[in-house]
Design a protein around this ligand. Structure first.
Ligand SMILES: Nc1ncnc2c1ncn2[C@@H]1O[C@H](COP(=O)(O)OP(=O)(O)OP(=O)(O)O)[C@@H](O)[C@H]1O
Length: 753
């Protein structure tokens, strides 16, 4: 098969090499155009080079329209010149710092700092520099005099004159040459004397004509400095270096190429050995971006950016910089061989954490992106809490709890959000949330787990209630069957967002008694909760299937991974194949506190250094959030004093006795229907038992060994039978004796619930 002219014109087609060879043998003098394609087909390496050449260069090169064909097979379809240009990614019109406030601020700060430092450095050394110049002024004067001498006697032309004198036999010509030279010297001597007299006149004027000693001194010093400059020795510079560039060489393309060459990547090294610097194409010049420099380059075919990312430490060594300053990234939108290399002025861990924009003022809307920190270039990084479940994973002491707390604080600043926060590690890291949380608990003691289970059960009921409530809403109010910003703000609908946060989740999911139930409820909340405004965030040290059941991790949209040790943990938190794609939280150092990969917010993973908000600052934020909640009438649960979780260690039996007086006027035989008890519990403690049914009461008392009995009651003259409980069973189980004490008419042991 041969290419048609049309195909060739478009660089598309299948070329029959055998036919071409036959034709070439038959007509060796055939036109070049006939042989062009086979020649290219035989030179694979040339084509490979062309394939990764700079896009612009390719666009400018007309010969690039040659078809890419090898032995009758289409290897690639290359469009013509205009197609290449069309497909080429367009460079940003404005540099990053001109479009982003944070980048501009950081670039301006760098410029002010750099040039300020340089100016000050040289400023304080001015006297030394001057002394050095003054010392060199005699040499400068000597050089001026030698220059004048050479000019007067035309020393430069001496060699030519000698050559002419030696070669000419014409005495007349020689005499003319001598005469010209003599006349030239005479004229120059005259001019030199004139110049000397002018200089002497100026000097006399300065000494005798100017009154001010300061001006005289200034002019004298300037003349001395001028002579000193002329007497400089290039090997001994007068000024020193304000910036120690010996330690950190300038980021040049050569430096990057050398660093890449030192990674030990076989394919890359082969390509570089064969093609030299051309093996790697810089797609744009190295440019200033935020607080560092950015380079974008195409690696040789077959080499991926992930391979370079994997060798980040070696790359940093090659660039002569600390690990925290070197941030290679992929640009999967272009191709996997595109490497975006960001080299920061300061390592991320060393640079001051960016203050949290919401630390002192501002409200949050959880339906909108919320700032949580900055990336390595100093640009803000945001997360949108609504409709998402999030995972945080890391080695111990890398900043999980701080990051989770930051998200809790953000949620707290939206007064509509009902917070349920559990720090199963124990301690007071989340203690300040008592002020705002509907439920906040620390620890993993039996009563803590018990409390968590009850809260989760209630959460599950609330989720079901929400789905029912949404079903009843008219289409125009709730078109997508999900909670909207407007619906969440409508108090009467009770569809406000609910934010669940769990730290050290392994403690709850691995609990011997309640682990399965907790996992089941949390999985349900994660899967069905987002649409009805339920958000769940989980943090763990051990991101394996036991710490975070796969049903949960598979449905987590947002993932934050601080330093982890290996690929398994990395992919467990960030998602399958992330490690392979070069998104590796394993490359963070032990000093990279609060630095994480964030996946799920935008199209691409980003590195974020979360804002540092310590406990006192968090307390101030909680106080602000509490005030906003009070003003909006949104303080509920524990924060509103409705339940005292840390004091209330009572079980369902205690709570039943609390709502069941010994001498119940309506239920005189000491037996009450479970339906009735459920209604009393809900009325007394809506946050724990709201929406409970008789069956749930039955199920809740069962683990305590209490069974229901048939209870008769006459209502409107009609006898009705239902399942109920016997009060005596509860008191016996709890080991309480009932009392007739009139001050304790309900005879319960715990009041109020
Ligand atoms: N964004 C941050 N910037 C700077 N330092 C931070 C940041 N976040 C956390 N840290 C520091 O890291 C330390 C550990 O943080 P944190 O308690 O959140 O870690 P953790 O991973 O939850 O630890 P553990 O595994 O013990 O629960 C804190 O004492 C804090 O000083």
């Amino acid at each position: 098969m041969t290419t048609t002219p049309n195909q060739e014109a478009h660089g598309i087609g299948v070329y029959d090499l055998d036919a071409a060879r036959r034709a070439r043998e038959a007509a060796p003098e055939a036109s070049e155009s006939t042989n062009a394609a086979p020649a290219i087909a035989e030179n694979v390496s040339e084509r490979a080079q062309a394939a990764h050449d700079n896009t612009d260069a390719a666009a400018e090169d007309d010969t690039e329209t040659t078809p890419e064909i090898v032995d009758g097979q289409v290897l690639a379809v290359r469009d013509d010149r205009s197609g290449t240009v069309k497909a080429a990614p367009r460079r940003e019109i404005l540099p990053a710092w001109a479009k982003d406030r944070e980048s501009a601020k950081s670039a301006a700060a760098w410029a002010v700092k750099h040039y300020g430092h340089t100016t000050t450095y040289h400023g304080v050394r001015l006297p030394t520099y001057y002394a050095k110049l003054a010392a060199r002024s005699p040499l400068g004067l000597g050089r001026v005099m030698a220059m004048c001498w050479g000019w007067i006697f035309d020393a430069e032309d001496k060699e030519n004159r000698m050559t002419v004198r030696g070669n000419t036999l014409d005495a007349g010509a020689y005499l003319r040459l001598r005469e010209d030279h003599r006349r030239q010297i005479k004229a120059r001597v005259f001019l030199a004397v004139l110049m000397l007299l002018t200089v002497a006149g100026i000097a006399a004027y300065v000494v005798y004509g100017i009154d001010s000693l300061m001006v005289q001194l200034g002019l004298g010093l300037a003349a001395l400095a001028g002579l000193g400059l002329l007497g400089r020795n290039p090997d001994k510079p007068i000024t020193g270096r304000a910036v120690d560039t010996a330690k950190e060489p300038r980021l040049t393309s050569d430096l990057i190429l050398n660093a890449l060459g030192s990674l030990g990547l076989a394919r890359l090294n082969q390509a570089m050995a064969k093609e030299g610097a051309k093996a790697i194409a810089f797609v744009s010049p190295i440019m200033r971006d935020g607080a560092g420099f950015r380079a974008e380059l195409d690696l040789p075919p077959g080499v991926t950016a992930s391979e370079v990312i994997e060798q980040r430490d070696r790359l940093a060594s090659g660039l002569r910089r600390s690990l925290g300053k070197v941030w290679p990234e992929t640009d999967p939108e272009v191709h996997v061989g595109r490497l975006v290399l960001y080299v920061a002025d300061k390592s991320l861990a060393q640079s001051k954490p960016a203050p949290w924009p919401l630390a002192t003022s501002g409200k949050v809307n959880v339906f909108e992106p919320i700032p949580i920190g900055v990336d390595q270039r100093g640009r803000p990084v945001v997360v949108t809490l609504m409709f998402a479940t999030g995972l945080i994973g890391a080695l111990p002491r890398m900043g999980k709890t701080f990051t989770l707390r930051l998200l809790c604080l953000a949620a707290a600043l939206d007064p509509r959000v009902e917070l349920h926060t559990y720090n199963l590690k124990g301690g007071s890291d989340l203690g300040m949330l008592d002020d705002v949380a509907h439920a906040n608990r620390s620890g993993d003691d039996p009563e803590d787990i018990d409390y968590l289970v009850r809260d989760l059960r209630e959460g599950a009921i609330e989720m079901r209630r929400r789905y029912k409530a949404i079903k009843t809403l008219p289409r125009e109010v709730c078109p997508e069957s999900k909670v909207t910003d407007a619906l969440a703000s409508e108090k009467s609908l009770k569809l406000h967002p609910i934010f669940w946060a769990f730290d050290e989740t392994q403690k709850m999911f691995e609990h011997p008694t309640h682990g399965a139930e907790i996992a089941e409820i949390v999985t349900d909340l994660v899967k069905r909760g987002p649409a009805v405004g339920i958000m769940v965030w989980l943090a763990t040290q051990r991101p394996d299937a036991k710490s975070i059941p796969t049903g949960i991790s598979a449905n987590a949209v947002l993932r934050l991974c601080l330093k982890v040790m290996g690929q398994v943990e990395n992919d467990m938190v960030l998602g399958t194949s992330m490690y392979k794609s070069g998104i590796r939280a394993t490359t963070f150092g032990r000093k990279d506190l609060g630095i994480a990969y964030l996946v799920g917010e935008g199209d691409d993973p980003v590195i974020v250094r979360s804002s540092f908000v310590d406990a006192p600052a968090a307390e101030v934020i909680c106080a602000r959030a509490r005030a906003a909640r009070l003003a909006a009438g949104r303080l509920t649960g524990m924060a509103a004093g409705e339940i005292l979780p840390d004091d209330d260690t009572g079980s369902i039996l205690d709570h039943l006795l609390a709502v069941w007086p010994e001498h119940d006027p309506e239920w005189s035989n000491g037996k009450v229907w479970c339906d009735e008890l459920a209604a009393r519990l809900a009325e007394h403690n809506g946050s724990l038992y709201g929406g409970w049914t008789g069956e749930q009461v039955t199920a809740a008392v069962k683990p305590h060994g209490i069974r229901t009995v048939q209870v008769k009651k006459v209502i409107d003259g009609k006898q009705t039978n239902k399942r109920g409980l016997v009060r005596r069973d509860l008191t016996d189980t709890l080991g309480h004796t009932d009392t007739d004490d009139p001050d304790n008419p309900i005879g319960g042991v715990l009041a109020p619930v």
